[in-house]
Write a protein that binds this ligand. Structure first.
Ligand SMILES: [Cu+2]
Length: 449
């Protein structure tokens, strides 16, 4: 039985978005100027279910920013999208977010304008909400996959390119996990090791597997699943996977690999050290079930969204109702690009020529169930993310996967996927999470009233 929702502690934390120095090409390499919220890139904040987070963002960057809490069902006012849910936090200013996460899991946070440039320099953090383990694991390891796009002298290469933005995205030059080129750690022999794998890359898809130890999937995008053996699992940008591994005997190593790269690439090398644990059968207990409301599929309203190349049509400006306050919002150059390559239902996120906030892609009713049909009319995969909700992936025409909960779903070329959810009030971004795809048009929002 799941314990009742607890009353937790209050955490008052300050995140100072600022330029810092790091040697990303190794201890003897050149210095790079990273942008982070804390002293190190991808710093981890841990809460327990029931805890309240008060997060004060202080902006010491040369441009405006925000904090979007990816996958966390926050009130709309705390969702951290410049212009849509809050004013941009300008240089020298601060903004305080406050919420009590309603779900356990592995989440992250990042800004929502100039994501290629800000996240590209390292501006992202990890938020873990604990409290769903029926049996505590013996070690809990975060693996954040994100390439760096660096020249040999440690300076940044352009984060977007026309070739990348119009195709599968621009890739980094240096692969890294947790900011480092090779991640390794010691773990207790015969221990149950929880791996929290996040794909924070701008473009890269990874296919995760474990070699040298038995591994089970225990959560997708933070949502508990009935544990099943991990063969491999694909993570598009922004997707997460929680895996429980039974470590082998002392003195052995096992690896977490990305099989999607040309040669399997080690995300982590884990070495076992003597501990007081004995060999025993491995059948992971499920995590306590999620508290996400399930859609009423019988009465759900269906809507279709086609993800395609840009059509060039930008006549949405007239479509904004005159009495809509958003019709007066002018987006600045950090939130639009100079051209568009992509569209959702033939509408592209505004570019430099059409800077007005577009109308919502769809109008929804709060508390009502929806089935969204997502169709990919392009030759590239797109990890599609809906803010503020967890949805159930009902079916996927090109993958043989069980039904699972997610906040981001990988839509393969020519694929059709159905997702279902109960709508929460607010204006919620709905976009591809390949950063150049969203910035070059594959982004919009739905309005739930
Ligand atoms: Cu995309």
């Amino acid at each position: 039985m799941r314990p009742p929702f607890p009353v937790g502690r209050r955490h008052e934390l300050t995140f100072t978005a600022a330029e810092r120095e790091a040697r990303l090409l190794g201890p003897a390499g050149p210095v790079s100027r990273i942008w982070t919220y804390t002293d190190e890139p991808f710093g981890v904040t841990r809460l327990r279910l029931g805890d309240t987070l008060q997060a004060r963002l202080v902006n010491r960057l040369p441009e405006h920013t925000s904090m979007h809490w990816h996958g966390i069902r926050v009130p709309n006012s705390q969702d951290g999208v410049q212009y849509l849910t809050q004013p941009p936090v300008e240089p020298g200013e601060s903004f305080t977010y406050e919420f009590t996460p309603p779900d356990t899991g592995t989440f992250f946070f990042h800004p929502h304008c100039n994501e290629t440039g800000q996240v590209g320099r390292g501006l992202a953090g990890i938020l873990i909400v604990e409290g769903e383990e029926q049996e505590p694991s013996h070690a809990d390891i975060v693996l954040a996959n994100k390439d760096w796009r660096l020249a040999d002298d440690g300076s940044w290469l352009p984060f977007d390119t026309p070739e990348g933005a119009s195709r599968a995205g621009t890739f980094g030059t240096v692969r890294a996990v947790n900011g480092m080129q090779a991640f390794s750690a010691d773990v207790p022999a015969h221990g149950d090791i929880r791996l929290r794998i996040l794909n924070l890359d701008a473009s890269r898809m990874i296919e995760v597997g474990v070699e040298g130890a038995e591994a089970y999937v225990i959560a997708t995008d933070g949502n508990p699943v009935e544990p099943f053996p991990l063969h491999t699992w694909r993570l598009g940008a922004a997707m997460r996977l929680d895996v429980l591994v039974r470590a082998p005997a002392a003195g052995r190593t096992f690896q977490v690999l990305d099989y999607f790269s040309a040669e399997p690439w080690p995300l982590a090398t884990l070495k076992t050290v003597e501990a007081s644990l004995r060999p025993r059968p491995f059948s992971p207990k499920p995590l306590y079930a999620s508290l996400v409301p399930r859609a009423d599929l019988k009465n759900a309203e269906r809507m279709s969204f086609a993800f395609s190349a840009a059509t060039g049509a930008a006549n949405f400006v007239q479509a904004v109702a005159q009495d809509d306050p958003l019709s007066k919002v002018l987006l600045d150059s950090l939130c639009v690009q100079d051209s568009t390559f992509w569209a959702i239902n033939k509408v592209s996120w505004p570019n430099a020529d059409h800077r007005r906030m577009p109308p919502p892609l769809a109008m929804l009713q709060a508390g009502k169930s929806y089935v969204f049909e997502l169709m990919n009319a392009t030759p590239h995969p797109h990890p599609i993310h809906l803010h503020g909700h967890m949805f159930e992936v009902l079916s996927a025409s090109r993958s043989d996967v069980p039904r699972f909960m997610a906040d981001t779903v990988l839509l393969h070329p020519k694929e059709r996927i159905e997702i279902a959810f109960v709508a929460e009030r607010g204006d919620w971004m709905f976009h591809c999470h390949i950063l150049e795809h969203l910035e070059f048009g594959m982004m919009g929002y739905v309005r739930v009233v």
